[in-house]
Design a binder for this molecule. Sequence first.
Ligand code: PMP
Length: 424
Amino acid sequence: MTNSKSAFDYGKTYRERALKTLGYGASSTPRGNQKPAPIVTKQGRNAHITDQTGVRFIDYALGYGPLILGHSPACVMDALTHELSLGLRTASIHEGEAELAELLCDTLPCAEISAFVNSGSEANHLALRIARAVTGRNQVIKFRGNYHGWLDSLSFGNDVSSDGPATLGQDTSAAQSLTLLDWGDAKGLAEAITTEHAAVILEPAAINGGCIAPPAGFLEEVRAITKSHGVILIFDEVITGFRLSLGGAQQTYGVTPDIAVIGKAMGAGVPISAVTGSAAAMEPLATGRLLHRGTFNGNPLCVAAAIACIKYLRNNKDWLYDQIDSMAEDLRSHLSLAAAEQGIVLSASRVGSALQVFVNTPQVQSLADTALVDRKATAAFAEELLIRNVQIIPRGLMYLSAAHNDADIEETKAAMTAAISAIK
Ligand code: PMP
């Protein structure tokens, strides 16, 4: 462990400077909330980031999820370097686009036709548009506590305790085309769904709410109910795609949606997301009846990185997923044990290699339970970890990567024990 003080001093000074000209001092509001100060990164290698003053942190934020191969994996850096040597070729037709679409067909059960965009939010926007086009209907069902990005159309009920808009400034009229239901409640869905609905969209595993696996039978029932009403089932696999398994949540849970939205891990850290689905569901896009535009869609750099990442995951799937999942389990059980030993109430949940800790909170079993989370205590725990050179997402979410090793895990466990003791 290195002394992290210089990193925080630097971070505080940087934040004061950035706040003068950069909104909230960071390019995404949650990033501006890191305490005791933002880590101003200089370099990322394997499971570590180094800040501008040379302090090293073990990283479990992993770019908010994408860095499944860790920082700067050789296969992706080589692909990017080669691609750069060819020039940026933005908005051109290039063979990588078809190659990447073919790779999705080889790996994801639902994939027949794909389209590429730059972010998970955009991909969900496009998926809804396709669902509306193919059904000729307008209404959409979303579940409370699921997150689908920052766009107005889906940013309601992101928190289980409010059906309201996620932020100031949102177009609240978009709520008129949304029906909000409880995630995990198939009976509620069966009662609410009508032939006015174009789509049901959900996180197949509720990673954003608290790393909660789908209740037994839920996804199967959602599949059957949507099918019988001619409603398009969209799995938002922005997190779970290429992270839960090579074939994502749809492979892990054995339920195939009409359309899946894939993001984060598919690109190993570059901005790329995909909408992929059956030829029938994707027909309006496949035939060009539906407008899908975007200067940077499918740009060669991002496509090259995604191809390299997916090939690496495919070639190493036999050990990689077991390894990252068991490291996550090791940390999860350590957290539970250390908290019990020190008399702290703590919830630690895991889905695959995603791990959620809530401090001063009884074990969360369902999304509804997250209404009881002590967010302040959880943020304080994240802060204590950062002081001990371990970075997690401040709301208590962590990801594992293929680059974490046993030494990282042991160092992290020691930091976790000490951080729990510090917040007692
Ligand atoms: N869907 C899910 C499930 C996500 O977790 C996120 C991002 N955390 C998004 C969509 C939005 O993706 P992006 O931030 O790339 O727009």
